[in-house]
Ligand binder design. Sequence first.
Ligand code: DAH
Length: 338
Amino acid sequence: MREKIAGLLEQIQSFEAESREHLEAFRIQYLSKKGLIPALFNDFKQVAAEDRKEMGMLLNNLKQKAQEILDLQQERFVAVKENKIQMDTSLPAPALGGGRHPLSIVRRDLNSIFERIGFKIAEGPEIEDDFHNFTALNFPEEHPARDMQDTFFISKSPDIALRTHTSSVQVRVMEQGKLPIRIIAPGRVFRNEAISARAHCIFHQIEGLYIDKDVSFADLKQTLFYFAQEFFGPETKIRFRPSYFPFTETSAEMDVSCNICGGKGCNICKYSGWVEILGCGMVDPNVLEACGIDSNVYSGYAFGMGIERITMMKYQINDLRLFFENDMRFLKQFETLV
Ligand code: DAH
């Protein structure tokens, strides 16, 4: 009996159906009522009591294998040989689960906030030359940002580097010469920084640029006030402090009232009630001229901010590295915000 079972097992395992009829013959030969496997089940009655357990297992296994082979090859026939894959492409896809990354959620919100007041989205390359990243933006020759310590260079002479800020997209857009300009440019930037809870060598910024006739600092303030209230909530206050950037004159930094304590003072805002979120200013005439725009006719404002920073503020995230680690316990908290 044992040999018979082993023999049949070998036969069925090497079976390869050539047609539907061939497969049907297989079924009749092995599995039908008068087939070889049921016949063995009949013989089972004569097996000695002490062998029954083992033989029963072997027999059941044989039957199961034969059925599996039959089912499998039947499926293949219908699907492949007759080219009749049953598929309805109009059915809705099953839900895939998962959610957006918090930085994607914030980038999308920022895009929509600025698009609502007429800004278009612009892009530029992540690998930039010195002109677009520094020179056209009025960085002096000896500016420390041009140093290897701050910038990841790809080659020297010509100077090619990973862009250190999205301000390079300002230059790319102005060069095209289509005025007026009203763009935002979200994107990845790179700096040679040690990774910590507050800094990373890869992060994201969003840049804003508006160039037209008679643009004033009041326009800039109003736009950023609108942004702050849309993004952090209607209670949000803003304030400007004088600052310096090579590519803007006048330059300022903007703080928003701390959204954690509502401005009363807490450890996030270092008990000042304010948190710095962006740099901004009126585009320096030197920058306009470097990009072929007549600074006697046109003026404009620009601003730039770190997306990680405002995401951390909005969702009370205390370690920037969490954005890059793909820890599901962190990411799952944003699933419902899709
Ligand atoms: N590029 C600056 C940075 O990376 C941010 C910035 C400041 C952008 C002032 C601007 C601006 O457009 O006007 O730190």
